[in-house]
Design a protein around this ligand. Structure first.
Ligand SMILES: Nc1ncnc2c1ncn2[C@@H]1O[C@H](COP(=O)(O)OP(=O)(O)OP(=O)(O)O)[C@@H](O)[C@H]1O
Length: 285
């Protein structure tokens, strides 16, 4: 069992340069809704970091800030000019375009794809679809695919951006456990092959332990880093292995403690909703 480690304020993680570095980042919505409170967090180059926390603690807010979709109220975010791609729970594909055309469109709007011919983009789209094991489906429309296949297309589209950093907001949250398992394997392979830095938001503790080099816990709102677990289990891991389940149980206990602390402090936030933000280690969502 790994002990929680403290956030490395220097930004260097195990001697590696950070790909993403947040320093005392806060976000206030409107006049007074404090969503994030002085979050300090780094993701090293090539590192896979999972972010866990109760519902509404600011995980999506944090990803949006790193992606540059919104601005922090205070603090700094340094991505060192890295190319960033984002993937959400909904694949958000254009339904009237074929799978291949969805990828080609992404290629057309990226700096790496700009200036390429249509034929080159089609060939690149085919390569990317091969990468996610959808080589035979380029001519299909999104509605002809299963949910897991659509998320693979979304992953291929994210890869089309030739990103160094992949931000993933519950990308597999809507999938069944078996499909999710398969996608974990594929994501892990692609992450390794491409040396990506990944920041992955999930409510599923076992998924976090299955995938992460580190699992970072945010407090209930306002979100701030309360634990940073280093996961040193050998890869590939199995979500249902004893080691993964054991570490997930420790993290789940810590999360429950945090949810209860928050509920005691703010009675309005108690009850089932406050507690269901994160699945217990034994549960699937
Ligand atoms: N654009 C916005 N304007 C105002 N408040 C917002 C906005 N986006 C998020 N919030 C609020 O900020 C807080 C954090 O929201 P956020 O979506 O980042 O949490 P989360 O941890 O991703 O939640 P969940 O796990 O349920 O997806 C919530 O109280 C939410 O209502």
């Amino acid at each position: 069992m790994t002990a929680p480690t403290k956030e490395l304020r220097s930004g260097r993680i195990d001697g590696r340069e950070p790909a993403v570095r947040l320093d005392a980042v806060s976000k206030v919505y409107g006049r007074e809704l404090l969503a994030l409170d002085r979050v300090t967090l780094s993701v090293a180059r090539g590192e896979f970091v999972c972010l866990l926390g109760a519902s509404g603690c600011g995980k999506s807010t944090l990803l949006n800030l790193v992606a540059g979709l919104d601005r922090a109220t205070a603090g700094t975010i340094d991505t060192g000019g890295a190319r960033i791609a984002m993937m959400f729970q909904e694949p958000a594909l254009f339904p009237w375009l074929t799978v291949s055309a969805n990828i080609e469109l992404a290629l057309r709007v990226t700096s790496t794809g700009a200036g390429t011919t249509r034929k080159q983009r089609r060939a690149r789209a085919a390569e990317l679809l091969e990468t996610v094991h959808l080589g035979d489906f380029g001519g299909k429309r999104p509605h002809e695919l299963s949910g897991g296949m659509r998320q693979r297309v979304a992953l291929a589209r994210a890869l089309a951006q030739d990103a160094d950093v992949l931000l993933m907001d519950e990308p597999f949250g809507a999938l069944d456990a078996m499909t999710r398992d398969l996608l974990h394997d594929e994501l892990e392979r692609i992450w390794r092959e491409r040396g990506l830095s990944v920041l992955f938001v999930t409510h599923n503790v076992r998924e976090a332990v299955r995938l992460g080099d580190r699992v970072v816990l945010l407090s209930s709102r306002p979100g701030t880093v309360i634990e940073d677990y280093k996961i040193t289990l050998d890869r590939p891991r199995r979500t249902d292995s004893g080691e993964v389940t054991g570490q997930a149980a420790t993290i789940t206990d810590r999360l429950k403690q945090e949810v209860l602390r928050h509920a005691r402090r703010a009675p309005a936030a108690s009850g089932p909703d406050a507690a269901t933000g994160t699945t217990p280690s034994g549960g699937e969502r």
